[in-house]
Design a binder for this molecule. Structure first.
Ligand code: G6P
Length: 367
């Protein structure tokens, strides 16, 4: 069937709005009927067989891997190496036999990712792919292909595929943690219940559309924009910056909040908006002190946080956006919404071709 915009101005807006639905569908696909465990497609995965995970992808899919690194390491206690496909294969990394290799690709046809997969095919113990297009080359050439079930994504800038990639990778990390005895059955089931609450939380975050639209009108006048985050919000800062530059053509950089003082703080002046993703979690105070360093230099901060965070850290901030509270582990899934909406509305304010940005292709099949 032909895919339509269903009342939205752009495919990207439609795809952003679809996220609560597609995430629910992905969860329903992988969760057991009683929702206390996870079922993987045949032949399944035995995580006790691996002592290391290597994750490889390009673009937005790479930032999904970056986020999942935190999950696999913190929850399942498995060391994870991540790389962009175009670097990974040419640096010819040594691979130990007990390696699980995971390739993440919306299209399943990205040439660099496919080449990296082929490099790993006779080296890794098992090759997993996380794909949106189930009949793709990357899916075909892997030992087990995990569909993300996002449905057709038309907008060149990936949105719903990103959140579905995160959903599947979160499930995989929880399954790994459970199999390896890092979490017991009760904890697994509690985490799954938390994940099941995500679609509802995303729906509430989508209500911030108009607020973010107004803020984005001002952002669209900027020449440079910085995105900051710590912990799992760091990869999201990178993704927020990528999204913004892809479609609004405004130069943007994502940085780890703590690394700001080692360079990018030199860029701060009153013309440079700084967007801070900071849920009120264990790292919050650290992020806030980095944010204050920005404000002390005249920087214009947009703080995206929750009620608790905004209560203590709003002073002197240019703009605040109040997010629903979310279980710490899954905050990247929720904070992806404001990252995407900021990019979208800023691009619309600039009048760019949101769904077909210049120089970019949905699927890059050349190396
Ligand atoms: C292109 C797209 C990006 C995408 C990347 C990886 O650059 O414009 O949105 O993230 O390819 O694509 P894949 O299909 O492998 O996820």
């Amino acid at each position: 069937a032909r895919i339509e915009k269903a009342g939205h101005k752009h495919f990207m807006a439609k795809e952003i709005a679809e996220q609560p639905t597609v995430i629910s569908e992905a969860l329903a696909y992988y969760l057991n009927a009683d929702e206390t465990g996870i079922t993987l497609p045949d032949p399944g995965l035995d995580f006790s067989a691996f002592d290391r995970i290597v994750m490889v992808a390009c673009g937005t899919a790479y930032y999904a891997c970056f986020t999942a690194k935190y999950w696999f390491e913190q929850v399942a206690r498995i060391p994870v190496e991540i790389d962009v496909a175009s670097e990974f294969r040419y640096r010819e990394p040594p691979v130990s036999a007990r390696t699980l290799a995971i390739f993440v690709s919306q299209s399943g046809e990205t040439a660099d990712t496919l080449a990296a997969l082929r490099y790993m095919s006779d080296k890794a113990d098992t090759i997993v792919s996380v794909v949106n297009v189930a009949e793709s080359s990357i899916a075909r050439e892997s030992d087990i292909a995990l569909p993300i079930l996002a449905g057709v994504e038309v907008g060149v800038a990936s949105t719903k595929a990103f959140s579905c990639q995160l959903t599947v990778l979160a499930l995989l990390a929880l399954e790994a943690a459970h199999q390896r005895g890092e979490i017991d059955g009760d904890t697994l089931s509690k985490r799954l219940t938390e994940l099941r609450s995500l679609p509802g939380l995303l729906t509430r975050a989508l209500d911030l559309d108009e607020t973010l639209n107004i803020i984005s009108n001002t952002l669209s006048e900027a020449k440079d924009i910085l995105f900051l985050g710590r912990g799992m919000m760091y990869p999201l800062a990178l993704e927020g910056a990528l999204k913004l530059k892809e479609i609004s053509y405004i130069h943007a950089e994502g940085y780890a909040s703590g690394e700001l003082k080692h360079g990018p703080i030199a860029l701060i002046d009153s013309h440079t908006p700084v967007i801070v993703f900071a849920p009120h979690d264990a790292l919050f105070d650290k992020t806030v002190s980095n944010m204050q360093e920005v404000m002390a230099r005249g920087g214009k901060v947009l703080l995206v946080s929750d009620r608790k965070g905004l209560e203590v850290a709003s002073e002197g901030v240019w703009q605040t956006v109040q997010m629903p509270e979310v279980p710490d582990l899954f905050a990247p899934l929720l904070y992806a919404i404001p990252a995407q909406l900021i990019a979208y509305h800023t691009a619309v304010a600039k009048g760019t071709d949101v769904d077909q940005p210049r120089n970019l292709a949905k699927s890059v099949t050349v190396e």
